[in-house]
Design a protein around this ligand. Structure first.
Ligand SMILES: Nc1ncnc2c1ncn2[C@@H]1O[C@H](COP(=O)(O)OP(=O)(O)OP(=O)(O)O)[C@@H](O)[C@H]1O
Ligand SMILES: [Mg+2]
Length: 368
């Protein structure tokens, strides 16, 4: 594959996947910073075994807080105020374990072994004074009982799968390129065969070519090793290529969730439409790019009702009083849901988004 082409997934139909019990089920999850900043607001999201779910949203929408919070890695002033996160991997009991109620000791056993994380800045995540061999070895020693030979073979294997020459086991992080460091982080995340891998902007700091190579590698590894991925990025176009389903977050809330194709072809929420309109399509007709006007809201002073109102070209007075719960998008796939209640069958199909009636009302209000 050329490094500049998209990593292609051979996707099983997602419908089949979502019929199986989720390997990770986040329910009604909320986090506040201090007393005021509602960074994650009653979010529910699940991952089927082997599935890639993309989480998109602007800077400050709460993506990292959700990822860190669900693994209980947040520090004060963050407080988890509601929710459960049930993990149901094959090595735990069928009813699963709630990460929110585990002791710190049990949680340490689950992290890396069952759920691992890859962050944007590998230089910060890796220990600068330990060789690659020792950092990877520490993860193996903490979770597996391996003989000397098995440990040695496993270290070689981990470097092989991420495409780093074995002699780099002796390197310190500063001796590696940014791409290699990120690959080491991925090797570390996969070291003890977790069933869920959370990747928070894993390639954002890298140049486009290396970014593409690493994404292709993630897709390939996932199809071989069958772990589920929660892939976090502000880049919706990237998720359209690699994710089975996409969740869109705005101001701490989930505003749309559906199969990648449905999000691409029938985006229902005006925010999702704005994100899609802000990058060019390689295959489609040429179109003028449009950004989303305004700036992300201040989470300390959210408007009542839908938080997207100040930036929404379709907003009407009723939006200030709406319940932000997710509801089915008419005429789309059954698992395609949105928080905007003004979506009709017709408008979703034609990619116009909200109901023509609402759009007309908004236009006449602007004229008035
Ligand atoms: N330690 C903290 N104390 C107070 N507020 C915080 C803290 N960390 C994050 N926040 C706030 O919580 C909100 C969500 O932040 P978060 O980092 O989760 O967003 P994000 O979607 O990951 O953004 P980005 O795309 O920039 O990584 C933001 O408004 C941020 O300012
Ligand atoms: Mg973040």
């Amino acid at each position: 594959m050329s490094p500049t082409t998209a990593p292609e997934r051979s996707r099983e139909p997602t419908a089949d996947r979502t019929e199986t019990k989720p390997v990770l089920e986040i329910s009604d999850f909320s986090v506040v910073y201090g007393d005021e900043v509602k960074a994650v607001d009653h979010v529910s999201l699940s991952l089927a075994p082997g599935e890639t779910v993309g989480l998109a949203g602007e800077s400050g929408s709460g993506k990292s807080t959700l990822a860190l919070g669900m693994c209980r890695l947040l520090r004060p002033p963050a407080v988890i105020t509601s929710g459960s996160v049930i993990y149901r991997g094959s090595r735990v009991t069928p009813e699963g374990v709630d990460l929110m109620t585990q002791s710190s000791r049990d949680l340490r056993k689950l992290r890396w072994r069952e759920i691992s994380l890859v962050f944007q800045s590998a230089m910060n995540a890796l220990n600068p004074v330990l060789r690659v061999r020792d950092q990877l070895g520490d993860v193996l020693d903490a979770h597996l009982k391996l003989s000397r030979e098995e440990r040695h073979d496993r270290l070689d294997y981990l470097l092989d799968i991420v495409g780093i020459p074995r002699d780099r086991l002796r390197s310190y992080p500063h001796e590696l390129s940014g791409g290699m460091r990120q690959r080491v982080m991925i090797a570390m995340a996969l070291a003890v065969d977790p069933e869920v891998v959370v990747m928070d902007e894993p390639t954002t700091a890298l140049d486009v070519v290396v970014q593409r190579e690493i994404l292709a590698q993630i897709v390939e590894l996932q199809s071989k090793l069958h772990f589920a991925v929660l892939f976090i990025t502000h880049d919706l176009s990237l998720l359209l290529e690699i994710a089975d389903r996409i969740a869109v977050m705005y101001a701490g809330k989930l505003v749309e969730l559906g199969n990648s194709n449905a999000i691409h072809n029938q985006p229902a929420h005006p925010y999702t439409q704005g994100l899609l309109a802000s990058f060019p399509s390689v295959h489609g007709a040429r179109k003028e790019l449009a950004g989303i006007p305004g700036t992300p809201p201040d989470l300390k002073a959210l408007p009542p009702g839908c938080p997207f109102v100040p930036r929404c070209r379709f907003a009407i007075d009723a939006c200030a009083g709406i319940d932000m719960g997710l509801r089915a998008v008419p005429g789309s796939e059954p698992n395609h849901v949105t928080a905007c209640p003004f979506v009709t069958n017709e408008s979703a199909k034609t990619n116009a988004g909200v109901a023509p009636a609402v759009a007309a009302a908004a236009t006449s209000r602007r004229r008035a």
